[in-house]
Design a protein around this ligand. Structure first.
Ligand SMILES: [Zn+2]
Length: 125
């Protein structure tokens, strides 16, 4: 136990010493007019550390904008997909396309969309 404690103290001391060395080098560089070097190194380190975080936040934002949750138009089960992509419903295997934040059943090739128009018949005398 005593040995363990002294080892921990040694580790702490070496950590403190390495930090002291770091600060000594930084202040020395600042003293001889190389503070800009330290600053640019710190900025670069911050950028390297921040870039993955920014990418992650950006990806989450993009996902929030493009992730669409809705019901399958064929079977009504809950479905999740990305905007402007096609997905297959895991419940009924129907291919559905995601357009304008809603799920739509894609028209079969050769299908013509028609709209019913009410025609009033008049008898000609
Ligand atoms: Zn379905």
């Amino acid at each position: 136990m005593n040995l363990n404690q002294s080892q921990r103290l040694l580790v702490n001391l070496s950590t403190v010493r390495s930090w002291l060395t770091f600060f000594a080098i930084v202040s020395l560089l600042g003293f001889i007019g190389l503070g800009w070097l330290v600053k640019s190194l710190l900025i670069m380190t911050a950028l390297i550390l921040l870039t993955p975080i920014l990418l992650f936040v950006g990806f989450r934002w993009w996902l929030g904008q493009n992730l669409v949750k809705g019901a399958c138009p064929a079977c009504g089960n809950p479905l999740t997909g990305l905007n402007n992509t096609q997905t297959t419903c895991p419940f009924c295997a129907q291919t559905v396309s995601v357009e304008k934040s809603s799920f739509q059943r894609p028209a079969e090739p050769g299908t013509i969309d028609v709209q019913a128009i009410e025609v009033t018949s008049q008898s000609v005398d």
